[in-house]
Design a protein around this ligand. Sequence first.
Ligand SMILES: *Cc1c(COP(=O)(O)O)cnc(C)c1O
Length: 353
Amino acid sequence: MNRFWSSVVHKLTPYVPGEQPKQTDLVKLNTNENPYPPSPKALLAMSAEAAETLRLYPDPNADRLKQTLADYYRVTPQQVFVGNGSDEVLAHTFMGLLKQDLPLLFPDISYSFYPVYCGLYGIDYQTIPLNETFEIEPADYGIPNGAIIFPNPNAPTGRLLPLSSIESILKQNTDSVVVVDEAYIDFGGESAIALVDQYPNLLVIQTLSKSRSLAGLRVGFAIGHAELIEALERVKNSFNSYPLDRFAISGAVAAFEDQAYFAEQCQRVMSTRERLAEAMSKMGFLVLPSAANFLFVSHPDWDAATLAAQLREQAIIVRHFKQARIDQFLRITIGTDEQTQRLLDALASILKR
Ligand SMILES: *Cc1c(COP(=O)(O)O)cnc(C)c1O
């Protein structure tokens, strides 16, 4: 509390990101970063950019990136919005599309940044409980609402909703914007971008932070009807003209042009995920089916926070959420095969005690 703060700041409850430790010898499985480096072509494009043009402002509209994304997803550039990480795209979406008279709906267990944006922008919201197996029930979203948002696959559960269920939510809500936050869609899901031409109320948000190994670059984007995109442009151009710097634009373009590298890294993460899921099930863990680059797990004989603390003692960090319904779960990012082996060895030694 400080007398110089605005009343808005007094009331904020900011998001707390997963730890980014200074210690570099840790096996870091707590924030869903990709264990593999970004495309070498993206790195080359960025160093060329550094040598040539940093003296000049970047393109405020990032047209080259919008065109690349439009070509990749077979939409028009007018259907594409880009921002400084999908967190910024989400922020503009909350302000520009999700702040309505009726409450915004999202699952009780989902991305914990959503209620934070609601607090920042004064958006009324109502959470809809996931079912007992931690799945979104499309029928539950048929109640009066101002708008709807959910991650798919959901975070931190990893559970995937098929496109048919997303269509069912869209059909029940033709007067509301429905936002699908697809941060993890490239690890085995089917993108709702396929539906944007059919549903003018659908906005799909993605990021280069997870599947394209560029969390440090900060690039996210949204795809939807041109009029939804225009709302985001209006907010963006009232806030920051240059959210993407020159490195971000050139690196993101090159990352999307290197399809072969992308497909190979996603495949590696998915096969490690399946092996880890099987090994942890054998150790007695309940492992939720995951279509993301993490597993959400619980052990019947072990308190989750205790387990996280014991892993930490062995220099492995995972994510624990002190939240009702999931406080006995851990979210574990899929690492390299070597990191995965270290995790399994550590778990074996802990569970033996
Ligand atoms: C990681 C994540 C984001 C944020 O991604 P950035 O592009 O790095 O800001 C958004 N939504 C969900 C569900 C995420 O897990």
